[in-house]
Design a protein around this ligand. Structure first.
Ligand SMILES: Cc1cc2nc3c(=O)[nH]c(=O)nc-3n(C[C@H](O)[C@H](O)[C@H](O)COP(=O)(O)OP(=O)(O)OC[C@H]3O[C@@H](n4cnc5c(N)ncnc54)[C@H](O)[C@@H]3O)c2cc1C
Length: 387
């Protein structure tokens, strides 16, 4: 059981990383708790992922984008941000910027399936499903992991992509700062009477946030963010009640709204690891940075981070260098932290600003939306971050 690289976790980022390295001939083991059936046919989990242009470019490079049916990757043509009960909105329009779309939406289970179908075509990538990593140890020459069935694997590098609550991050002693927002994100899909015309909405209502992301013309992905103690009341509403509640909160903009899927609840905890590597060990994806979903950057950052690490490894392998060298991991950390730190802290500040229900904060938000609409440079910066 000796490999070049062991990847812990076959979520979207672990699979993306395996695919990024699949052409190198490096011997890779991918260890995942879920069964091979779950990996081959992942179920809808409520998460519709807004992808930036960089992510689309990376997914094209990996041969994944072409695997999505056109209906499975609808564009976001425009976006609107509203605050409180005011009808005033901050507007972003792709047409104004002469671009096709601000971004694209692909469901998490569709991304996972496409990646799995692609990765399993490579003989040098072994997928060990139904197994968890229960311990990790490393020294200057190798890394060693123990699996839940007692098997031992060795490699030159272990890469953890095992979620924001990463157990392997803890096993190697990398600290992480965690912020529990005390809120829950409830996601589902709904059908509505009127078309959405490709417009995404982020409505920061007082106490509760409603995001509506456009899928095919009369269907949208709905994201409700509410205090944790509202969770049961929202989850236990019957489907008709929930439909009326969302329609009313959305000011009947799309007419009647009807649930087409189950509702899924995700507690909101943001996580940023203080380091992205240890000896012969690296963190990628949510294990490195788990974002609040409001700015829709979790997978986008995970994808760009794994790309940085993969490219460092590909260069080292081509020069017959050490693919687990500390200097290589240090370069990965330096580049990835530059992107993640401002995004993580900026997102948390946005959440704080838009969930502050004091009078002055409400006023400040109305002023901020108007300024952002009127100052082209500010709008350009926000649009480029969105994209
Ligand atoms: C409601 C919601 C909406 C979101 N919207 C967006 C969006 O619009 N845009 C965006 O970019 N991101 C979004 N995200 C974030 C995105 O879903 C995550 O960033 C992404 O799923 C992270 O992928 P990952 O592979 O790092 O981790 P995960 O998806 O958490 O996968 C981790 C994998 O590791 C496995 N695992 C865990 N522990 C072990 C172990 N010990 N041994 C073996 N296997 C293990 C798990 O079974 C799992 O398969 C959203 C998230 C939520 C909750």
């Amino acid at each position: 059981m000796t490999y070049d690289i062991i990847i812990v976790g076959a979520g979207p980022v672990g699979l993306s990383f395996a695919r990024s390295l699949a052409n190198t001939g490096l011997k890779i083991a991918l260890v995942e708790k879920q069964s091979s059936e779950q990996l081959a046919a992942p179920e809808f989990d409520g998460r519709d992922i807004a992808l930036t242009h960089l992510s689309v470019h990376l997914l094209k490079e990996l041969g994944i984008w072409e695997r999505f049916e056109p209906d499975d990757r609808p564009p976001i043509k425009a976006a609107r941000v509203l605050d409180g009960t005011s009808p005033y909105c901050l507007k972003f329009d792709s047409e104004e910027d002469s671009i096709d779309a601000l971004g694209f939406i692909v469901s998490n289970h569709v991304i996972r399936k496409a990646l799995f179908d692609e990765v399993r075509t490579f003989d040098n990538v072994e997928i060990h499903s139904n197994l968890a990593v229960t311990s990790v140890s490393t020294d200057s020459s190798k890394a060693c992991v123990v699996l839940s069935d007692g098997q031992i694997m060795e490699a030159r590098l272990v890469v953890a992509a095992d979620s924001r609550f990463s157990e392997t991050r803890r096993m190697v002693g990398i600290p992480a700062s965690m912020h529990d927002f005390g809120r829950v994100c409830i996601v589902c899909r709904m059908e509505h009477q009127r078309p959405h015309e490709g417009i995404a909405f982020e409505c920061f209502h007082y106490g509760r946030t409603l995001a509506v992301l456009p899928l095919t013309s009369h269907r949208s992905s709905i994201v409700v963010t509410a205090p944790m103690d509202h969770r049961d009341a929202i989850m236990e509403m019957d489907d008709a009640q929930f439909g009326c509640d969302i329609r009313d909160r959305f000011n009947s903009r799309y007419g009647d709204m009807k649930l087409t899927t189950k509702r899924f609840a995700y507690p909101l905890v943001g996580v940023h690891a203080s380091k992205f590597y240890a000896m012969r060990f690296a963190l990628i994806g949510d294990a490195a940075v788990g974002m609040h979903p409001v700015t829709a950057h979790g997978y986008n950052l995970g994808l760009s981070g794994q790309d940085i690490l993969a490219k460092e490894i590909i260069t080292a392998a081509a020069q017959e260098g050490d693919i687990g060298a500390t200097s290589l991991l240090e370069r990965y950390q330096r580049q990835h932290m530059k992107a993640t730190k401002p995004m993580f802290h900026g997102t948390n500040e946005i959440v704080k600003f838009f969930t502050d229900d004091r009078v002055l904060a409400k006023l400040a938000r109305q002023v901020a939306l108007r300024l952002a609409n009127r100052i082209p440079l500010v709008k350009q910066i926000i649009t480029s971050k969105l994209m």
